[in-house]
Write a protein that binds this ligand. Structure first.
Ligand code: BG6
Length: 257
């Protein structure tokens, strides 16, 4: 705590909460673009925030990505003691390496906390017909119901182009993302600098408007290179959003303010 006050991080957190117009901002020292350890610190801060949001029974919807993967590693047995923890992917598969997929992250989170998890097996590119029949599969609709009743959402935010490339997005869609000047990405939605949605990865599970009904929404993303992305997403994010970020991104926000 002492260190945080001396370095003035507390003050910056308050300023940014105001500037970004959200519930709360937590900043960890350093820049995760430069030091890998900082991403682990974001994960730790995200895990602590989650711990403070828990009730007796918790359904937690989680997205994929390296920041969420780091967060999963920081969850503890103690967090799950005396309460129910059920982790579920927020949306269907959207093109990640296995270790960064929400299914795997949820499994780790369940293991770490002594909780349970559910998987959502949906291929990345499904045609309309396959999509509609998937929605009739009881094993899938059951998981969709759980996602719907989740009260806590944990998610990452990505740079639009980085995410589009990581997902091996087809050329025609890539063109839209570039031409529409997408800068940020979250939940498979791409946003321009004004926070307007310019593209959406078609998949099942949580839709962005569903966030409004959640009790807690915790976003974790850091690094100077993600500052624009985070800012763009937060323009349309629910005001209840709690952002866990790092000094690298935070300093960029202040420059742009
Ligand atoms: C992906 C999510 O898995 O991770 C995206 O689908 C998110 O919505 C991204 O933006 C963030 O990844 P990272 O590795 O930058 O934490």
């Amino acid at each position: 705590e002492m260190m945080r006050e001396i370095s003035g991080i507390n003050l910056i957190e308050e300023q940014l909460t105001e500037i970004l117009g959200i519930q709360k901002v937590i900043i960890v020292p350093g820049d995760s673009d430069e030091t890998n350890f900082v991403k682990e610190e974001i994960g730790k801060a995200c895990a602590d925030m989650l711990a403070s949001c828990l009730g007796k029974e918790n359904i937690i919807a989680v997205t994929g990505g390296t920041t969420m993967a780091c967060t999963a590693q920081m969850l503890t047995r103690k967090m799950g003691e005396g309460r129910k923890m059920l982790f579920v992917p927020a949306r269907g598969g959207i093109g990640e390496d296995v270790k960064n997929q929400a299914n795997v992250i949820c499994a780790t989170m369940a293991e770490k906390t002594g909780g349970t998890h559910r998987v959502l097996y949906v291929p990345d590119q499904v045609g309309r017909e396959a999509y509609e029949s998937l929605l009739k599969e009881p094993t899938i609709t059951e998981v969709l119901d759980i996602i719907n009743s989740s009260s806590i959402v944990l998610h990452g935010i990505g740079d639009a182009i980085t995410m589009a490339q990581r997902r091996r997005t087809e050329e025609s869609v890539m063109k839209i993302i570039v031409e529409e000047n997408a800068v940020g990405e979250a939940f498979g939605y791409y946003f321009n600098e004004n926070g307007e949605i310019v593209h959406k990865v078609p998949t099942i599970g949580m839709q962005i408007e569903d966030l409004e009904s959640k009790r807690y929404v915790i976003a974790a993303a850091g690094g100077k290179s993600k500052a624009k992305a985070i800012k763009s997403y937060l323009k349309s994010a629910p005001t209840k959003t709690i952002l866990i970020t790092d000094e690298g991104a935070a300093k960029e926000f202040l420059k742009g303010a």
